[in-house]
Ligand binder design. Structure first.
Ligand SMILES: [Zn+2]
Length: 405
């Protein structure tokens, strides 16, 4: 529960009155570690060097006209994300000496989606006037029926809502495993990007609030772990290259090496609360966690929405007629689709008596699949195609024959 909700109601008008000056004093992040959250496994060395493009949809929700931020401000945030996740940020050469060897190029590229969930061209930006201020503090922000905006399919898009967070927090993110309707980021327009409203967002004027929240979205914890204050050296983020710490560096920009838990604190890490002017790195192990999450629970992002013009065409399972070959077959049977599956496809193989012989899952993003069937006796078989909801879309008769085909 965000801290501000615990305040007596009578404090709220004062909060609203002070909101223009309060962001500098406020805890930047209200991300909650869900109960039972799986601590990131200690990641091995990341050898993946391929850059990936991750489609983002920015939902602008505005109560005051000024919160309907410009496309230019939105683009400045996408660029800030890309600098941070490619280790080309403005501060990368000004990090504490102790940590300069622990800078990682995460190699994620974020882009505004060019296709909407129906496959139509889009700017990757939606704009919605809302009927209440500080809507980022309410659940209504996640639901069009309650005056907010619905997520675009969160498996395929990173949903970022730019919305008034009431001045008491600056941002919030859904950790991996967040319920679908609420998955994504919430960022206050005064700290989103580097221009427009954010130009006056000091000390959070470099777009690093969204970088920090994106770190949570891809599984990172604060360096002090999930413990409540007072922070303890016994808790940390499960990673070895981010030293344990009892300081958040909220609204600080240390001028010299600072210590807690017997070692220098990496206040320059994006997962602290430090002023943007003093942040500038993810570590190699943080990169490992984020890649694990991307290739694990968030892998569908690699196949959704699309940013690049050469992105493979996505189609629903029921729209696709596969090519089966060879048929008859004697060894393996191959399936090929003219486009990429936009959801998992489930296959069931039956014999002519109606006995279920095997199940297969063709993962989202596939355009081909191989069934290894050498041990099957000769005869006629049925292959049934189901979508993720268990609806059957196709049945194909296939024949196994003796031979070497
Ligand atoms: Zn945080």
């Amino acid at each position: 529960m965000p801290k501000q909700l615990l305040l007596p109601y009578s404090f709220l008008p004062l909060f609203l009155l002070l909101r223009l000056v309060l962001p500098a004093q406020a805890p930047p992040c209200a991300t909650e570690i869900p109960p039972g959250y799986q601590w990131p496994a200690f990641p091995g060395p990341v050898v993946l060097r391929e850059t990936v493009s991750l489609p983002v949809v920015v939902h602008v929700l505005y109560y005051h006209a000024e919160e309907n931020i410009s496309n230019e401000q939105i683009l400045s945030q996408i660029e800030a994300l890309n600098r941070a996740f490619h280790d080309t940020g403005a501060n990368r050469n000004a990090l504490p000496a102790a940590f300069r060897d622990l800078q990682a190029d995460v190699n994620f590229t974020f882009c505004l989606a060019t296709l909407d969930p129906e496959g139509n061209p889009t700017t990757g930006i939606t704009r919605t006037a809302v009927s209440q201020p500080a809507m980022g503090l309410t659940d209504a922000v996640f639901y069009a029926a309650l005056g907010g905006v619905d997520n675009w399919d969160p498996r395929r898009y990173i949903n970022i809502r730019v919305v008034d967070m009431g001045g008491s927090v600056l941002g919030k993110a859904g950790m991996p495993g967040e319920e679908a309707a609420k998955d994504g980021l919430l960022i206050d327009p005064h700290v989103f990007g580097t221009t427009g409203l954010a130009a006056n967002g000091s000390p959070h004027e470099l777009g690093f609030t969204a970088v920090h929240e994106m770190g949570h979205y891809f599984g990172l914890l604060h360096p002090w772990g999930s413990s409540a204050e007072p922070l303890s050296c016994e808790n940390d983020d499960g990673l070895q290259d981010t030293p344990p710490s009892t300081q958040t560096y909220l609204n600080q920009c240390p001028a010299t090496t600072v210590y807690s838990c017997g070692s220098p604190d990496m206040y320059s890490n994006y997962m602290y609360y430090t002023d943007d002017a003093c942040m500038g790195q993810f570590t190699p192990q943080q990169k490992g966690v984020m890649w694990q999450v991307l290739l694990g629970s968030r892998k569908e992002l690699l196949w959704g929405g699309g940013c690049a013009s050469d992105f493979p065409t996505l189609r629903k399972v029921e729209e696709l007629e596969p090519l089966l070959f060879p048929n008859p077959f004697s060894q393996n049977l191959y399936l090929q689709w003219p486009a990429v599956l936009s959801e998992n496809l489930h296959l069931r193989l039956y014999d002519s008596q109606g006995n279920l012989l095997a199940r297969y899952e063709v993962p989202i993003g596939s355009s081909s699949f191989e069934l290894t069937l050498q041990d099957l006796p000769s005869g006629l078989y049925l292959l049934l195609f189901f979508d993720e909801k268990g609806r059957q879309h196709l049945r194909k008769k296939v024949e196994k024959i003796e031979g070497t085909r």
